[in-house]
Design a binder for this molecule. Sequence first.
Ligand SMILES: NC(=O)C1=CN([C@@H]2O[C@H](COP(=O)(O)OP(=O)(O)OC[C@H]3O[C@@H](n4cnc5c(N)ncnc54)[C@H](O)[C@@H]3O)[C@@H](O)[C@H]2O)C=CC1
Ligand SMILES: O=C(O)[C@@H]1CCC=N1
Length: 301
Amino acid sequence: MSERTGAADIADHNAGGADNAGSADKAAQSGGTVPTVAILGAGKIGEALLAGLLAAGREPATLSVSARRPARAEQLQQQYGVAVTSNADAAADADVLVVAVKPQDIEPLLAEVAPAISSGTLVVSVAAGLPTVLFERHLPEGTPVVRVMPNTALLLGESMSVISAGAHAAPEHLDLVEQLLAAIGKVARVPESQQDAVTALSGSGPAYFFYLVEAMIDAGILLGLPRNVSTDLIIQSAVGAALMLRDSGEHPVALREAVTSPGGTTISAIRELENHGVRAALLAAIEAAARRSTELGRAHH
Ligand SMILES: NC(=O)C1=CN([C@@H]2O[C@H](COP(=O)(O)OP(=O)(O)OC[C@H]3O[C@@H](n4cnc5c(N)ncnc54)[C@H](O)[C@@H]3O)[C@@H](O)[C@H]2O)C=CC1
Ligand SMILES: O=C(O)[C@@H]1CCC=N1
């Protein structure tokens, strides 16, 4: 995962079946033309995906989006210059349908899309917890489905997106999704059985960092710094630490040790983090997120 546009290094190219690998899927056979992508549900992640793809240079004419409220539809059209379609029109026309509604809203959406979907359309779900088999059950027999867990850094081209094939998704479908997402971050492939863990780690991951940053800014307030100063100090420290993690080639432990001078300030802080069980809290928190992802899948099975 060292190249932004590079292929995944957690690749499992055999994840899922490939029983229609030889079929003439329009989505996977773009033949040099850019496949059209419709995003169904323009909430936090749908809009981040839309904005990220446009910022990465994708032509607005190759993208469309659906929204429930007319005012929202108009705002999206004006802001991004993309077509706003109904879910059914998108299902009939687009090569790739990205389903970006909440798990709770999935069943009505699939009921709307299933009768309209054209043969060979690739369905991509970003919904936490929902297994590809749920989509396959509601969609016409043989519909290729790829499950993706991105995160909101899609917006800036810095997502960690993790993809898994459903039963009817062939390697070319995974390649197509990987290509799409590689323009807006890194992409890894995992067997679908690992997606709940992935969701807990990199799907929710940005929130944990934001939470830590928020708490650290408050610590600056406690020490009497103005909020704007504390915020600048912590955000730049976070950016610096993130770039060191990504670019130095050093293990996180080595990086932390290099900050931790003997008898110094950092070790005093680390002792408190250990006393307060921060490591155990993170283990429990991420485990809870994965459990919730599994529950969401069961609830909508
Ligand atoms: N927010 C995040 O960081 C991430 C979210 N996800 C997944 O993305 C999905 C959406 O999550 P958020 O964007 O956070 O939620 P959200 O509530 O911001 O967005 C969902 C959007 O779908 C729209 N919607 C619902 N039913 C619709 C329908 N039938 N037709 C058209 N639009 C419809 C809603 O109006 C709303 O704008 C969830 O399944 C979540 O698990 C995945 C990765 C990260
Ligand atoms: O909180 C959630 O359920 C979604 C999925 C991953 C990040 N946000």
